[in-house]
Ligand binder design. Structure first.
Ligand SMILES: NC(=O)c1ccc[n+]([C@@H]2O[C@H](COP(=O)([O-])OP(=O)(O)OC[C@H]3O[C@@H](n4cnc5c(N)ncnc54)[C@H](OP(=O)(O)O)[C@@H]3O)[C@@H](O)[C@H]2O)c1
Length: 266
């Protein structure tokens, strides 16, 4: 698996497995399957309600902890520093992990400065290998980076062929923050899986729309974490490292950008 190096030297796989909207009942099997077929990076969150099952699957997988990269996200909307300190320990306890590879603040919550301070302390104490944010649009992202001590290693934002985030990526790059895509398939919105442009390009390489969409983001240096509950799709979504989209293909896909969110909450 190819990886990127974060701004603190920690290596992160460029492709991982997301577990949003996977019920606690199904999550253990899905994460076990994902690790079994070769994923080494798992993206969960407190609000997904499946951290415990992610932890169980990790232990059952038999893969050494140091060979896995586990991300979770703090979800504490109406709180600040003090609650964040407890929430970080809660995630470690729920997953039964000694450390988390990447901890993100799920959204720019009310007191995001206070919450981020707690994350910086957890990072400095060694509980967390890298810290970052999610859903920080450029204005609020810059407000945080201008005042924090530890520049976010990652900003996870809605990124797919219909919302390409080129300008936001450029701003993050100036600060050494890695952009990570959530919903790399736009959760199937806009008829992603039958889009004609992706289909035509995919036919040249014998690849699906899903694979072309992921490859496009990877070639732009964006970390991707596709979700699927189907083992065969998990395999398909990982099979994106044996072809390269041409400059012409990249230019055609760039034209699909609508420059707006397809999700009502951002
Ligand atoms: N930070 C945030 O606020 C935030 C928000 C949203 C998501 N995320 C993270 O990003 C991850 C990915 O985003 P997402 O889960 O929202 O959506 P996504 O990965 O864009 O799309 C998932 C959907 O695509 C389907 N699918 C997957 N592979 C497929 C394939 N090869 N062919 C056809 N259909 C396929 C899945 O169905 P099946 O499961 O039935 O295969 C599911 O309905 C999440 O799991 C989560 O970890 C973060």
């Amino acid at each position: 698996m190819e990886s990127i190096t974060l701004n603190n030297g920690v290596k992160m796989p460029i492709l991982g497995f997301g577990v949003y909207q996977i019920s606690a009942r199904e999550c253990e099997r899905c994460v076990f399957d994902a690790i079994d077929v070769g994923y080494r990076s798992i993206d969960t969150a407190q609000v997904y309600g499946n951290e415990k099952e992610v932890g169980i699957a990790i232990r059952k997988s038999g893969v050494l902890r140091e060979n896995l990269f586990i991300t979770t996200k703090l979800y504490i909307p109406y709180s600040g520093y003090r609650k964040a300190v407890n929430a970080i320990d809660q995630s470690l306890r729920t997953m039964k992990l000694d450390y988390i590879d990447l901890l993100l603040m799920h959204e720019p919550f009310h007191d995001y400065h206070g919450i981020y301070r707690a994350m910086e302390e957890a990072y400095q104490s060694g509980k967390i290998r890298a810290i970052g944010v999610s859903n920080f649009n450029p204005d609020v992202f810059m407000d945080l980076v201008e005042s924090c001590n530890v520049i976010p290693a990652v900003n996870q934002v809605e990124t797919h062929v219909f919302r390409q985030q080129a300008q936001a990526q450029e701003i993050m790059k100036q600060y050494g923050t890695q952009i990570e895509s959530w919903a790399p398939f736009a959760e199937g919105k806009n008829h992603f899986f039958s889009n004609e442009t992706l289909r035509e390009i995919g036919q040249k390489y014998d690849k699906s729309n899903a694979q072309v969409g992921l490859r496009y983001l990877i070639q732009r240096g964006i970390v991707v974490i596709p979700k699927s509950t189907h083992r065969e799709r998990m395999i398909e979504n990982m099979d994106v490292f044996d072809f390269t989209l041409s400059d012409n293909d990249m230019a055609k896909i760039a034209l699909l950008d609508e420059g707006r969110s397809l999700f009502s909450w951002y």
